[in-house]
Design a protein around this ligand. Structure first.
Ligand code: ADP
Length: 384
């Protein structure tokens, strides 16, 4: 070693420290190198040692601290409590590491305060029992926590507002739209062929537009109801859920000569009605977006560490991976409604249902290769 003085800690690369001097030197260097304030206190609560990080964080010189009660570093309003805690500790000393939940407010020499996390450990010495306290300034961490909490609360609020907005908008739009729809239908019935051919066409446009808008509004309403009108979670046998979904789809399954197979499914905490809707939407898409061959659909499941991964696999037209995320947004579709009927709400509802259960949903596919929709449900799903 070229310079033993400057790095006693790695003395001899693995050789143990020999003398008491070595040890105390090393101890001092360790103290000085520590990123936290370290204060050693005797059994009467007087400071016997403080490192330079203590000077820096608290604004006292070491010689101003040594000999003072440790409460000099504690705001006055907490001092009384601190003394009794300290006495308690000395009657039953044990190590309390960082992160074990001891958070206190520390006070600098100038009276300003900062949040601190403290770890304390007893130190048996020939001068009796001492206590080492490591004081970490957690101002930044606290600030980050507060910001995170604020963001989460804001997000929650704006989500709730949006949901409420979608609900109110779609609910209240229904009534005037019903009037437009029914009177335009009446107009069509009474005056069809009594006006000129242009008028016939215009009336048809109005009737068609109004009924499409009714479907869209209904879809929007069902979408917003996933969050506001869900049932509580209960143990749900996914085999039974799939059975009901298939019953509801019986006609279109027959119509397209589709076959559906499935793995044995688990029973999980879930909203039964919504999970049925989820499978129903995915299976009905798998039927709808079939290729030349009759639809073959498999519902699989795989248990992972703390969740089940479900899949709905088809042999249909497939999806270009560039649209893999877009299709889960409200009213986003990849085809004209003449090619394949629909409004583009189905997958958005699926996503909302899965997320309400604390899971994720995604698709893996390529055009012409069929699609596999995956979603997860946590083992102990709790309502989000
Ligand atoms: P909709 O079925 O009403 O169009 P969805 O939200 O259910 O609305 O689906 C959005 C789009 O995603 C569909 O228009 C379609 O382009 C694509 N898609 C969904 N499921 C499949 C599937 N199984 N195979 C191929 N494309 C699909």
């Amino acid at each position: 070693m070229k310079n033993p003085q400057s790095s006693p800690v790695i003395a001899g690369q693995g050789e143990p420290l020999q003398s008491a001097e070595d040890t105390s030197d090393t101890f001092r260097q360790l103290l000085e190198a520590a990123p936290d304030a370290i204060v050693v206190v005797d059994s009467t609560g007087l400071i016997v040692l403080a490192n330079s990080m203590t000077e820096k964080n608290f604004g006292y010189r070491q010689d101003e601290l040594v000999g003072q009660p440790i409460e000099i570093l504690v705001p006055e309003r907490f001092q009384h409590m601190h003394v009794s805690h300290r006495d308690g500790f000395f009657t039953k000393p044990s190590t309390r590491p960082m992160g074990s939940g001891i958070e206190l407010t520390a006070q600098r020499k100038d009276g300003s305060e900062f949040p601190a996390e403290i770890s304390i450990s007893p130190l048996q010495t020939d001068k009796g029992l001492l206590v080492t306290a490591v004081v970490r300034d957690i101002t930044e961490r606290k600030q980050a926590q507060r910001q995170l909490q604020q963001h989460a609360a804001e997000l929650e609020r704006s989500n709730a507002e949006l949901e409420q907005f979608a609900y109110v908008a779609s609910h209240d739009l229904q009534e005037p739209l019903r009037i437009v729809a029914s009177y335009s239908q009446l107009l069509a019935r009474r005056y069809q062929d009594k006006l000129d051919s242009d008028a016939n066409e215009f009336i048809d446009f109005i009737v068609d537009g109004a009924s499409r808008m009714q479907i869209l509004i209904n879809d929007l309403l069902s979408y917003s109801r996933v969050g506001t009108r869900g049932q509580g979670f209960e143990p749900t046998d996914f085999n039974k859920v799939i059975e009901s979904a298939l019953q509801n789809l019986e006609l279109s399954l027959e119509d397209k000569a589709a076959t559906v197979t499935h793995d044995n499914m688990p029973t999980l905490m879930a909203d039964r009605v919504q999970v049925m809707q989820l499978f129903q939407n995915l299976i009905s898409n798998a039927i709808k977006f079939h290729g030349n061959a009759p639809p073959q659909i498999h519902l699989g499941v795989e248990k992972q560490a703390d969740e089940f991964v479900f899949q709905v696999r088809d042999n249909g037209i497939g999806i270009d991976p560039q649209y893999a995320e877009r299709i889960f947004l409200v009213f986003q579709r990849l085809h004209g409604k003449r090619e394949y009927p629909g409004t583009g709400i189905g997958l958005a509802i699926c996503k909302k249902i899965v997320e309400r259960h604390g899971g994720r949903i995604w698709v893996e596919s390529a055009p012409g290769e069929g699609s596999t929709f995956f979603f997860t449900i946590p083992l102990n799903a709790q309502e989000m």
